[in-house]
Design a protein around this ligand. Structure first.
Ligand SMILES: [Zn+2]
Length: 252
């Protein structure tokens, strides 16, 4: 495993850059079930034509010499195993539109157990942003240090009015409240997680923070430059094609 960049607060992605350090890192790409099929125009109204997509709900498990890191925790366990369960925890409209296929066995704690990792041994949980499909299960990690951009926590607790403030909407209040007294490490920008350059958290705002077009474009530009200048491989949280080839396995 080469140097890993954890991209906080955009469309959750991982950037793996060429660097000789930390050869002993290993990364597992898991999914908390899938969303879909649903019409992409429901999420991106400007998409030129109706198109049904099915996408993963990605979570990454990084085995690092200094501890296990989980990046994003998927949908809350409560929505597992069918629409009836989903509608007790999420807004019914989100269940009907996204059609989550998550089974209880897909949830991050079960994925860890399957990989032989104890949930309480996870040292750090990094959440890219506080949307329902990325911060759903932070409460399963009471012993971990929870890393967020501070603005993302604010956004989760009190979204902009135009984003909707239903407590079971895109930001599920109970996902966050259930972990309110945990150990949060609140960032304002980039951070070198272990202080040795092997895991860097990179701030890429725009997706949740007021849907800022300016911030979003700047973040995409940053990722493209990393790809083109550093040779970074970018793993996208909702890319079905990438997941089909790289998901459900370890990468060294
Ligand atoms: Zn998402």
């Amino acid at each position: 495993m080469k140097k890993t960049g954890l991209l906080a607060s955009m469309l959750a992605a991982l950037a793996i850059c060429a660097a000789p350090a930390a050869q002993s890192q290993e990364l597992y790409w898991a999914t908390s079930g899938f969303f879909g099929p649903f019409n992409i125009q429901g999420l991106i109204p400007t998409f030129p034509k109706a198109k049904d997509i099915t996408i993963p709900v990605s979570m990454w498990i990084l085995k690092h010499p200094k501890g296990v890191v989980v990046f994003d925790t998927g949908n809350n366990a409560a929505i597992s195993d069918g629409a009836d369960n989903c509608k007790k925890y999420w807004a019914a409209g989100n269940c009907d539109f996204l059609k989550p296929s998550q089974k209880r066995s897909d949830v991050i704690d079960q994925q860890l157990i399957k990989l032989g990792i104890k949930v309480d041994d996870v040292k750090v949980v990094v959440s890219s942003h506080s949307h329902l499909d990325h911060s759903g299960n932070i409460a399963l990690f009471p012993k971990a240090i929870h890393v967020y951009q501070k603005k993302e926590l604010y956004q989760g607790y009190w979204p902009e009015k135009f984003q909707g403030r239903a407590a079971n909407g895109s930001f599920v209040l109970n996902d966050l409240v259930a972990a309110r007294d945990y150990d949060f490490f609140e960032l304002d920008g980039d951070y070198d997680l272990f202080g040795d350059g092997t895991v860097k958290i990179l701030s890429t705002p725009g997706h949740t923070l007021n849907f800022s077009v300016q911030a979003y474009v700047n973040s995409v530009e940053r990722l493209k430059r990393m790809r083109d200048l550093e040779g970074a491989k970018i793993l996208m949280a909702h890319d079905a094609g990438q997941f089909a080839s790289m998901g459900n396995k370890w990468h060294k």
